[in-house]
Design a binder for this molecule. Sequence first.
Ligand SMILES: Nc1ncnc2c1ncn2[C@@H]1O[C@H](COP(=O)(O)OP(=O)(O)OP(=O)(O)O)[C@@H](O)[C@H]1O
Ligand SMILES: [Mg+2]
Length: 327
Amino acid sequence: MRRLIFDFGSENVRMGVEGNRRPPLSEPAVVAHRVQGDVVAVGEQALRMLGRTPDGLEAERPFARGGVRSQKLADALLRSLLARTGRHGLRRPEIWIALGAGASAIDRRGLTVLAQHAGAARVHFCALSACKALGLDLPLFQPTGTLLVDIGASCTRVDLLSLGHSVASAKVDAAGDQIDDAISRLMRDRYNLMVGAATAQAVKHSLLGEGLAEARANGRDLVTGLPHAVTLDRAEVLPAVHQLADQIAHAVRELLRDVSPELVADLAEHGVVLTGGGSRLDALADVLQERLDLPLHRDMEPEQTVCRGLQLALEPTNGGRLRLRSA
Ligand SMILES: Nc1ncnc2c1ncn2[C@@H]1O[C@H](COP(=O)(O)OP(=O)(O)OP(=O)(O)O)[C@@H](O)[C@H]1O
Ligand SMILES: [Mg+2]
């Protein structure tokens, strides 16, 4: 039976096929639908519609913070991804899902129903944090503390691992999206410019990912109602970066307060590993490093880590140790 692996992110869904070493297939986690419910477009095509839909059409994200927000829309997205695997994906595969710590019984149930609707013969869950550690080639099974900070779109997950298990974990409901929102607000309040979500994100990538000094954004002038362009300075968005870094650093400090001093001491030596798409924000990594005063390592391929780790988790040497539960 073919085994398929999934990382259901709020911004991107990624899928791999067991034994296939190529980068995972990735699809923006967006579905466009009519107000009455019919799905019109999924993934890349739906993403282009975001903020451009006429009355009667909406584009939405089916997943958020590790759970399913809309079963129907998630279903459409999953089916489209499975169709991309050719015949294999559709023949009652075994589906493995990386599941974050703190997922509720409802989250599990939602994902199980989703996979079963898509034709899965069996559904298994594997600890998301362990997948990340394996994907990053960190010493997961050693008696040493490893701290992972995954900065996604909707949330940041902090996990302390040792001997193959999560010792402590925390979730902050703030990540990349929060900076996009801050940029949109800044444009509106300071420049009377309404910009779409995709524009705000592109500005973030230019200023904070590529490190450009300024970025131009097109939108609608709130006074004239006409198209207008504004140039935003990198310094103007830095307060939003500081705010997110403070929230993440606070969560890390709270988490470390309750763990053994031996594990905390390990971190002083090995440091913290940043992953998730938000770890590509150079400015955020710099501020976090300052706030935590620990060595900080960054994932070079955060888009692939979870699926790569889940591939490794399926290998016979690791398999039994990481499975959380089957449905
Ligand atoms: N080059 C880049 N520079 C800056 N930010 C980036 C870059 N690439 C991706 N991002 C940001 O990373 C975030 C998405 O990360 P990721 O794909 O890990 O999220 P996700 O797994 O879908 O979401 P979540 O884990 O919150 O459910 C977005 O906020 C996006 O803007
Ligand atoms: Mg994620």
